[in-house]
Design a protein around this ligand. Structure first.
Ligand code: AMP
Ligand code: MG
Length: 407
């Protein structure tokens, strides 16, 4: 049997990055920059008011107080967005709004709260030293500065900064495009009636969500029955320009193993020493298309829903994220103290579902270890990893835990 570490390496070697692309801001969200971003503008782009109030000469209001207000005629009204060039003459004020361009000659802004708010002759009730409530051009960013660096993720704030600088596209490492395919003649789509012997298909929606949660894109998530021609046809139909194919089911030791039957020779099928998730496969499929034949990496996961999702976590999620340069590609792993005794099959690495209590640093195994108990996985917050050589593990032992909440 192949070890978990060996199969992790084989899968990681299959998954490669796409070349950098220049994408519109909305599509670059949450990706990682592949080039520095240099400001071509300064921010602010011009001196402007930090308050709603009155642009004045500081000297004109130097003596102003509530008891001895200074009265100034209001010569202009400057809302944000006014584009004509204005000059403030000594002995006058301009009413000005936050973000509006400061008139030439003005040396301070008096907030509206320190005035009577008049639009004709304003009563200024407080002095404003030179520079008060003025945002200077270039105070935030000076044109020519590198404001974001290659390797930084495109966070909401990074998008905001790029937009503020008038930058509409970013060079990023693009998302991998993943085709998720379920197999099984017994499967029917949720929402349709079940015949005896049929079950609802659950891997497609689950793995598609896992792929997206990992930061990649789902091309399609169809299902096919256990028929080689049907499987092949579905693959060709939905492949599009996928960078990776993930299938579930049809890879174990029985008859009607459609994925094995269809892809023997192209995919290396192996037993991996783990529970759940023993039957695995990885390789390349040659698929035709309008652009000619090409090879696409494929990872074939077992069909049991728990095996499928645990296998995705153990083998695919980390290299998938790494191929997109995403920060923290692997789940956070930590050691936690087991609250009760557990058993594990000898010679296999066991991944139990667990509930991690971060406050106490303890972990409790959650539900049976078998691979069809999806209910427990849905409410677990960690995977509890028990090494191959261990068969009995005492309460109070520290075990390795994969924290499934976040990175
Ligand atoms: P297989 O690996 O195809 O032999 O499937 C193993 C078990 O997982 C069987 O009980 C299948 O019915 C079940 N199974 C396979 N694929 C799915 C799926 N997409 N959704 C729900 N159960 C599945
Ligand atoms: Mg099957």
């Amino acid at each position: 049997m192949r070890t978990v570490a060996e199969h992790q390496r084989i899968v990681a070697d299959l998954i490669s990055a796409r070349p950098p692309m220049t994408l519109p801001l909305t599509e670059a969200e949450a990706l990682v920059l592949t080039a520095d971003v240099v400001a071509t503008l300064s921010l602010p782009g011009f001196d402007n008011s930090a308050m709603d109030g009155y642009a004045v000469l500081a000297d004109d209001v130097a003596t102003a107080s509530a008891e001895n207000p200074v009265k100034l005629p209001v010569a202009e009204d400057i809302p944000a967005g006014r584009t004509d060039a204005l000059t403030l003459h000594p002995g006058t004020a301009h009413r000005i709004m936050t973000g509006a361009p400061l008139p030439a000659g003005a040396t301070a802004v008096v907030p509206v709260e320190a005035t009577d708010g008049s639009t004709e002759t304003v009563e200024i009730r407080a002095a404003a030293p030179p520079g008060r409530h003025i945002r200077r051009a270039g105070e935030d960013v000076v044109a020519g500065t590198t404001v974001l660096q290659a390797g930084q993720p495109v966070t909401p704030a990074a998008l905001g900064l790029a937009a503020a600088l008038g930058i509409g596209t970013l060079a990023v490492r693009p998302r991998l495009r993943v085709l998720v395919m379920s197999t099984g003649t017994e499967l029917v789509a949720p929402g349709t009636p079940l015949q005896p012997g049929q079950i609802y298909e659950s891997n497609a929606v689950m793995l598609a969500a896992a792929v997206r949660e990992a930061g990649a894109e789902v091309v399609a998530s169809p299902m096919a029955g256990d028929d080689v021609d049907e499987f092949r046809a579905a693959l060709e139909t939905h492949l599009g320009d996928s960078d990776l194919i993930i299938t579930t089911g049809g890879v174990s030791a029985g008859a009607y193993e459609v994925v094995k039957d269809a892809l023997g020779g192209q995919v290396d099928f192996a037993k991996v020493a783990m529970q759940p998730g023993m039957p695995q496969g990885a390789g390349f499929v040659r698929v035709g298309g309008p652009a000619g034949e090409r090879s696409v990496p494929i990872i074939t996961l077992p069909g049991n829903p728990v095996s499928a999702l645990v296998s995705f976590e153990v083998f695919i999620r980390t290299p998938l994220r790494a191929a997109m340069d995403l920060p923290h590609p692997a789940r956070r792993q930590l050691r936690a103290v087991l609250t009760e005794a557990c058993t594990s099959p000898g010679g296999k690495r066991q991944f139990r579902r667990g509930v991690l209590d971060r406050a106490t640093g303890t972990v409790t195994s959650y539900g049976p270890p078998a691979s069809h108990h999806l209910r427990w996985l849905a409410s677990a917050n960690c995977l509890l990893e028990i090494p191959e050589e261990i068969t009995d593990i005492e309460a109070g032992t520290a075990v390795r835990v994969w924290d499934l909440d976040g990175d």
